[in-house]
Design a protein around this ligand. Structure first.
Ligand SMILES: *Cc1c(COP(=O)(O)O)cnc(C)c1O
Length: 361
């Protein structure tokens, strides 16, 4: 079986975890601070606030910048559900804008249309889907023109760049996830990164019970902290992230060159972008996606569908009566398939994957 995802680690992580265990300081502490500072520096921003997950990072990001009840946030209908759930958690109103048919990212044109229709919008929450950065010149310009906040869900884009600037460094703040399938992991974990000190301070307070002086709580906070154990893993993984991404890119280039099948479209990478290939996604035409998935299963090739249904169509949102008319997202959801691209794959395995994909008729 060739798996769709596999965390990569060695003795370094094991030793780092052992050291934390030996220290007796297991919960959030000095290692967490070291990790959040290193990660922020890697992205190219001043502050990092490590959290218990990407989802809690997104929620706290919105709370820390003051998005609340009834506030409109424009986002993508084609993503992991957490990128919309966070808006709902804080009482905000998600407004969806359709995606690009080649990168599957939310487009500036569609967002501008929604900004015109909703002049009271507070923020745009973009998602750098699958590791391909959004069109950031256009989004930065839109945020300025319409005086809205620009926020980045960078949960799939650790180390991806747009014009040599890292995803997560363009907006007022960004969130990353370190779930084990992501480009780097802390087991569970996430982080908020920002250049805005007030947002960072507020986020630190909110993830720690709203507590500055022990047992005095000026506001209702949460326990969304990252542990020293997770952070110790994160420090090791961060050191390897560029190497991990280089291997992902190398595998992607192999697929680009060696996958040839008339009913399959390969991923598009726009100029000026470094795609970090959180996923390598194919489009299967002629209504044959499900047959293709069966073919992969029969040949022991792990795969994923990112994503089989759009966010506004999810059952949990039924009572919101969201607009579900997103022609591009609705088309892509029935064609898309992710094949293995993680750095633990061997050359033989990627050769097998390409062969199996090419054999499909
Ligand atoms: C993984 C992911 C999240 C959530 O991260 P968790 O760490 O699993 O909570 C949010 N948004 C996107 C786009 C993701 O891929």
């Amino acid at each position: 079986m060739i798996t769709i995802a596999k965390p990569t680690f060695d003795e370094k992580e094991i030793q780092a975890i052992q050291q934390v265990l030996d220290s007796g300081m297991l919960a959030s502490g000095a290692i967490t601070e070291e990790f959040q500072n290193h990660f922020a520096r890697y992205i190219g921003v001043q502050y990092g606030v490590a959290t218990s997950s990407g989802t809690t990072a997104l929620e706290i990001l919105l709370r820390a910048i003051g998005i609340g009840k009834g506030d409109k946030v424009i986002t993508t209908p084609f993503s992991f559900i957490a990128s919309t759930n966070c808006i709902v958690y804080v009482g905000g109103t998600p407004i969806f804008a359709d995606i690009d048919p080649t990168t599957f990212n939310i487009t500036p044109e569609n967002v501008e249309q929604k900004l015109i229709e909703n002049p009271d919008t507070k923020a745009i929450l973009i998602v750098h889907l699958l590791g391909h950065p959004c069109d950031m010149d256009a989004f930065v310009a839109l945020a300025k023109k319409y005086k809205v906040l620009l926020l980045e869900d960078s949960a799939q884009a650790h180390g991806a760049t747009y014009k040599n600037k890292k995803a997560g460094s363009f907006g007022t703040a960004a969130a990353f996830s370190f779930y084990p399938t992501k480009n780097m992991t802390t087991s569970e974990g996430g982080i908020i990164v920002t250049d805005n000190q007030a947002i960072a301070e507020k986020a630190k307070l909110l993830i720690n019970h709203g507590m500055q002086i022990r047992y005095y709580h000026n506001e209702i906070g949460y326990n969304y902290r990252m542990t020293n154990i997770s952070a110790a893993i994160g420090l090791c993984q961060l050191e390897k992230l560029d190497k991990f991404n280089e291997r992902r890119i190398q595998i992607a280039q192999y697929y680009d060159k060696n996958i040839q099948n008339p009913i399959i479209t390969l991923p598009t990478v726009l100029p000026n972008v470094k795609h970090c290939y959180h996923q390598y996604c194919l489009l299967i035409h002629d209504g044959k996606r499900d047959a293709f998935v069966d073919h992969l299963t029969k040949n022991n090739i792990g795969h994923g569908i990112h994503y089989p249904i759009t966010i506004p169509e999810q059952k949990c949102y039924e009572h919101f009566n969201f607009d579900t008319n997103f022609p591009i997202a609705n088309q892509i959801k029935s064609q898309i398939v992710s094949i293995p691209v993680h750095p633990a794959l061997t050359d033989d395995e990627i050769k097998t994957v390409a062969q199996v994909v090419n054999e499909f008729v």
